[in-house]
Design a protein around this ligand. Structure first.
Ligand code: HEC
Length: 378
């Protein structure tokens, strides 16, 4: 195995140990990632195809990002308690997440930029900090402007405004422009679209499992009920547009798309195939949600094969081991070795079966495979 792949696997296994989680409601699921305090950050900006040659994964910060990094570092202590890893808007879980989910993002409802380069007065982030939005301000509870007045912040609104004023254009997330290695096979992460299509295909899921249509006001796409456990992913550029119903799932579907690397053509952002912290965090939850859907979808044998959830390791251990092997082949495209099958059986399936039930056990095995470096790269 090349050192490059070794580095990649290192990153993924750091995540694998927090996964898979049993409960897939977003709150509970995220809590299981065990990082609510924001202390245990995933490495910043790991390059999808390189480790810089020294075997050490280092923060991948472009020189123009220095000012943004400084703002991130000093704003973070005030915001991370509610926006760290594991929270619904984890924009302070890492520098990469800050850039992806806040600096280059727009408000879900009205597409208003949180940070408008060169124009602090047009940036919603400032409105949130200085209470000019009225009753909706950040941090929730006590506005930044009041914390600043009490000397409780590490940065001032004036400094944040100065940073925004100096941003010529938002620095897009680093694109995959590393020189291709000449000493081995080039490994790239799948794009967001490839990942969605490939995962749906191996899991036996279809668009119609996530989205429905209404003809009451013309033919709009609508999200289906119980979306909260489905983790739909949708490009903001996809047509026809989704009618936002009272469940408001379109914004989170688009945030997930952004975290998986986009692109977002309407907002002028290129696709990003980094294995970034935002990517890892969202793929963890999404792979779990989709595997559970596939396990529960009636008539779908993609995960269970000819078994049912009534088959347990006490009644059918050998058949379950065979099906784990079949799933390995289906998802990763190569047969499992005896050792790989044992790990999936003993350290994943049996653990979740004992802890919860066979539905969780299959979800865990399936989502472990979907997060394997061999699935997410080509
Ligand atoms: C006490 C908890 C808490 C703290 C601390 C906090 N936030 Fe929030 N923040 C929230 C909640 C709750 C929401 C609403 C989440 C939702 O609706 O998705 C939110 C939403 C947001 C949003 C989205 C607003 C929109 O347009 O919909 C932004 C941006 C944001 N916070 C920025 C910050 C920043 C920057 C800080 C630090 C200065 C911060 N928050 C600190 C709780 C907090």
């Amino acid at each position: 195995m090349s050192r490059r792949m070794g580095a990649l696997l290192g990153v993924l296994s750091a995540v694998a140990c927090t996964a898979p989680s049993d409960s897939l409601g977003p709150g509970a699921d995220i809590a299981d990632a065990g990082q609510r305090d924001g202390a245990a950050d995933v490495p910043v900006g790991v390059d999808a195809i390189g480790d810089g040659g020294d075997g050490v994964l280092s923060p991948d910060v472009a020189p123009d990002d220095e000012a943004s990094l400084d703002v991130y570092t000093r704003l973070r202590p005030t915001c991370v308690p509610c926006h760290g890893a594991g929270w619904p808007r984890p924009m302070f879980s890492s520098f990469d997440a800050f850039m992806t989910l806040l600096v280059t993002a727009t408000t879900p409802a009205d597409d208003f930029a949180y940070v408008e380069p060169g124009e602090p007065e047009a940036s919603r982030l400032i409105d949130l900090l200085d209470k000019s939005e009225g009753s909706y301000f950040m941090p929730a509870g006590t506005a930044f402007i009041d914390l600043e007045a009490a000397g409780l912040t590490e940065i001032t609104i004036a400094e944040i405004e100065e940073w925004i004023a100096g941003l010529d254009a938002i620095v897009p997330p680093p694109v995959d422009d590393a020189t291709p290695p000449t000493d081995g096979v080039l490994v790239r992460r799948l794009t967001a679209r490839q990942l969605v299509v490939a995962a749906h295909a191996v899991l036996g899921l279809e668009e119609s499992d996530f989205w429905g249509y209404t003809t009451s006001y013309g033919s709009y796409v609508v999200v289906k009920n119980d979306q909260i456990i489905k983790f739909p992913v949708r490009s903001p550029d996809a047509t026809p547009d989704v009618q936002v119903n009272s469940y408001q799932f379109k914004p989170s579907a688009e945030r997930r798309w952004a975290s998986l690397g986009g692109p977002d053509i309407g907002n002028g952002r290129k696709g990003n195939t980094e294995i970034s912290p935002a990517f890892l965090q969202h793929w963890l939850q999404t792979s779990q949600a989709w595997c559970r859907m596939a396990v529960k979808k009636s008539g779908n044998d993609a995960v269970l094969g000819s078994l049912s959830l009534a088959d347990t390791t006490s009644s059918s251990e050998a058949a379950i081991a065979d099906q784990i092997g079949a799933l390995h082949l289906r998802i990763l495209g190569e047969p499992a070795t005896e050792a790989q099958r044992e790990v999936l059986m003993d350290e994943v399936f049996k653990v979740y079966e004992a802890f919860s039930n066979t539905e969780s056990a299959w979800t865990a095995v399936c989502s472990t495979l979907l997060r394997d470096v061999q699935f997410i790269t080509y």
